[in-house]
Design a protein around this ligand. Structure first.
Ligand code: ADP
Ligand code: ADP
Ligand code: MG
Length: 458
């Protein structure tokens, strides 16, 4: 029988580092946390079996340095590296370096990352697997003439997207042909600066959509779909609230989505956890593949709550070479789960980050309430990283009960000393649109326009 990894180096910080440490502990795997000077006093450093400072707070010289992380993994003789999300989690060159040193990676192969990290190539693979994609260019568009040609098929508005984009960045909506040439040039140079790759492509811009994604877990032989997550609550293409299951996906649509996701994984013999993202057109009731994320995602807990599968443990088992221990038939969706991202930001200052010292933290609790966070009373949120400080995940039998429970838990949550988006999230959950289940990716922006002042906890 294949044995579990003995030790894992965690190349991340914050709540996801803690999430991985916890899974390692439960499996008896030694957790080694690689942290920066900016995170010296953080909870993950206290709870990991071992912790090593790899560099200064500046992520370029710590969390984002492949060389430093590979040396740390070698020095501490880690069997594998867990990258979390963000940072090096989708950097093919980093994974290649690990492969060359014979260090495991809790994720897919460097080849999978390279294939799927390029959104143009990912769309090609999807098409080859028979998965519908958003109408648009076949490949890279670099000349205005090509753009005008494609615009004839997509119509306006259209969307120019960076092949290497991510995190809601590297996208521009073009309203008419008047600005097409200028927009193309500008977004290409922005993409070059931000992602070191000027390649862009064009898609029809769908105006009444939901974001639906399928969680997959695969061992190279088999791929299993764990239902969908609905991440339609977004601001500037960034997710705010995620839920599972989606309030608009019925069994028939779900089977179609899951089959598409599994076919895509089989096309490349995918291994480990992944997410296949789709936009769902409310008008035509059709879904289209947009991209694949080859890592664990921020919102993975909602899937865990409705399936009972611990995704991080599964990732660790697969990285150990252990085949999936369950089949598609054994997966069923029970109840409803909602996740709110809690960011240290001021909603009234255009969501500007508000790092600082937490004078008092009180966690919400009770049946069906899960708070994934690294914050505690007295902790100082460093200004160097993402402003997400935790995730509140609530489960209940029905969507209405899950909303009531999340509102109750948000009310209990106390983070004194900094401003958080907790009360703003409560406002979204309590809105008519969210409660009805019928909304699109534009509802948050509309709601924001209608309010002169947003609720905060300060
Ligand atoms: P990222 O890599 O930044 O996550 P995605 O391609 O996943 O980028 O798109 C992020 C979000 O942008 C989607 O969730 C959706 O809200 C919006 N989006 C992407 N493609 C389209 C499209 N063709 N039409 C309308 N909205 C889109
Ligand atoms: P998803 O996992 O749903 O696609 P995002 O694209 O918002 O969500 O998540 C990836 C982003 O998370 C990265 O681009 C980065 O900005 C941010 N990130 C990376 N590491 C952390 C962390 N430890 N805590 C919070 N946010 C992080
Ligand atoms: Mg995406």
């Amino acid at each position: 029988m294949t044995e579990l990894l003995k030790s894992v180096l965690i190349a991340n910080r914050g709540e996801i580092a803690l999430r991985v440490i916890r899974a390692c502990k439960e499996l008896g795997i030694k957790s080694i946390l690689a942290y920066s000077e900016g995170d010296r006093d953080s909870l993950p450093v206290k709870l990991a079996d071992q912790a090593v400072c790899i560099g200064p707070a500046n992520a370029a010289k710590s969390y984002n340095s492949p060389e430093l992380l590979v040396s740390a993994a070698m020095a501490f003789k880690a069997d594998a590296v867990h990258p979390g999300y963000g940072f090096l989690s989708e950097k093919a060159n980093f994974v290649k370096m690990l492969e060359e040193e014979n260090i495991g990676f809790v994720g897919p192969t460097s080849e999978h990352i390279a294939q799927m990290g390029d959104k143009i190539q990912a769309k090609r693979i999807a098409r080859a697997a028979g998965v519908p994609t958003v109408p648009g260019s076949d490949g890279v568009v670099s000349e205005p003439d090509e753009a005008f040609q494609i615009a004839k098929e997509t119509g306006f508005p259209l969307l120019i997207k960076a092949a290497a984009g991510g995190g809601g960045r590297g996208m521009r909506v073009v309203e008419s042909e008047d600005t097409l040439e200028r927009d193309l040039t500008e977004i290409m140079s922005e993409a070059k600066t931000a992602f070191n790759d000027p390649s862009v492509y064009i898609e029809r811009y769908l105006t009444d959509i939901r974001h639906i994604e399928v969680q997959v877990i695969a061992d190279g032989m088999n791929a299993i779909a764990l239902g969908e997550r609905d991440c339609t609550s977004q601001r500037r293409n960034q997710k705010l609230i995620e839920e599972a299951p989606s309030p608009v996906i019925d069994d028939e649509l779900r089977s179609g989505l899951q089959e598409a996701a599994i076919n895509l994984c089989k096309e490349v013999k995918y291994r480990n956890a992944g997410t296949i993202e789709f936009v769902f057109d409310n008008v035509e009731n059709k879904y289209y593949f947009i991209e694949m994320n080859t890592r664990i995602q921020v919102e993975h807990p909602v899937t865990e709550m409705v399936t009972g599968v611990d995704l991080i443990k599964e990732q660790l088992r697969i990285a150990s070479g252990i085949p999936l221990s369950f089949s598609q038939d054994e997966i069923s969706i029970r109840g409803h789960a909602i996740e709110c991202r809690i960011n240290a930001e001021d909603p009234n200052e255009d969501f500007a980050p508000r790092p600082g010292k937490i004078e008092k933290y009180r966690a919400p609790g009770g049946f069906g309430v899960r708070m994934d966070t690294h914050i505690e009373t007295g902790y100082t949120i460093p200004p160097f990283y993402d402003s997400m400080v935790g995730k509140l995940i609530c489960w209940a039998e029905t969507r209405d009960e899950a909303i009531a429970r999340t509102l109750r838990a948000l009310d209990e949550l106390t983070v004194d000393g900094v401003i958080t988006t907790g009360p703003f999230q409560a406002m979204l959950l309590d809105s008519e649109e969210f409660r009805s289940g019928h909304f699109n990716t534009g509802y948050v922006a509309k709601l924001l326009e209608s309010k002169s002042e947003l609720p905060t906890d300060q």
